[in-house]
Design a protein around this ligand. Sequence first.
Ligand code: UDP
Length: 337
Amino acid sequence: MSGVKVLVTGGAGYIGSQVSLLLSEAGHQVLVYDNLSTGNAWAVLNGELVVGDIHDRATFRQAVRAFCPDAVMHFAASIEVGESVKNPLKYYINNTCGFSSVLEVAREEGVKNFIFSSTAAVYGLPEKELISEGDPLAPINPYGASKMMSERVLEDFASADDEFNYVSLRYFNVAGADVEGRLGQLYKNPTHLITRALKTAKGEFDKLEIYGTYYKTPDGTCIRDYIHVTDLAEAHIVALGYLIGGGESIALNCGYGRGYSVKEVVAEVKEVTGVDFTVIDCKPREGDPPRLVADNKKIMETLGWEPSHDTLHEIIKTAWEWELSLEAGAPGVRKNL
Ligand code: UDP
């Protein structure tokens, strides 16, 4: 696939910025569209940044019209399970309505290829050890439901329009930082396990809380399939090639097919950082399924995706190096804190 033009909503965020960087390194032209509510302008390392909201149709339309993208990758969304339970409307407004608006404008402006950031949370409480794409979608929290609805919108939209195709990538637990240390997570109030554990090791929090220790799992804590952000970004590059090459609309799991419990993650964080921080058992967080682990056969077969950073150790090590670089005042990072 020779260079194509990709408009990336949410391209200043944790995952979108990593994908944008890899896209431009692969010879594609990138336009980032982001309202900078959780993203950072410094994270747009290559390509142009338009600061705009996905709900602002006029500004979004202008960006699409001026850039004429071959594909849109839609990352801009709200992403916290716990918050979605407390504030569901925010999730339906941003993740379902905002998404629909992006889709409508993009298509009206002639975009035929769409890559959508979905989530393993669409599966709810899976009955199988490894979840396949054909398994029932029955989300147990508003975050998962908001994404499931968007997937359904895409499916119906694509069946009514022969020229339009999409790939929905169902992310399992994305973590880690760019393997060259250029990008990583930087949220004002991080809620995700690995980031919180690393920040606890760094002394930014006095303890790590484990949300629930009586789940029906071997050690009583929730199991997740952690995937390195660079491998996930690579999945977007191959998904783009698939669509540009005429591939049909599809939903694909993005995970490694291997799960770790919260306790196992905490032990690895202690090992990598060398810090024995305080950990306390707490009550479960609402909306958390006990186990989410991907069957990843389909993405490997369909896209030829091959992960190359697929150890918990590398995920945590790169994230730790990123955390330490923030402390050391990595260029362009501290001033945005
Ligand atoms: N978790 C935890 N303590 C924390 C943050 C998360 O015990 O400080 C647990 C959470 O309940 C879930 C797992 O870690 O079982 C992964 O949560 P995360 O927020 O990282 O991702 P999610 O699976 O919710 O997308």
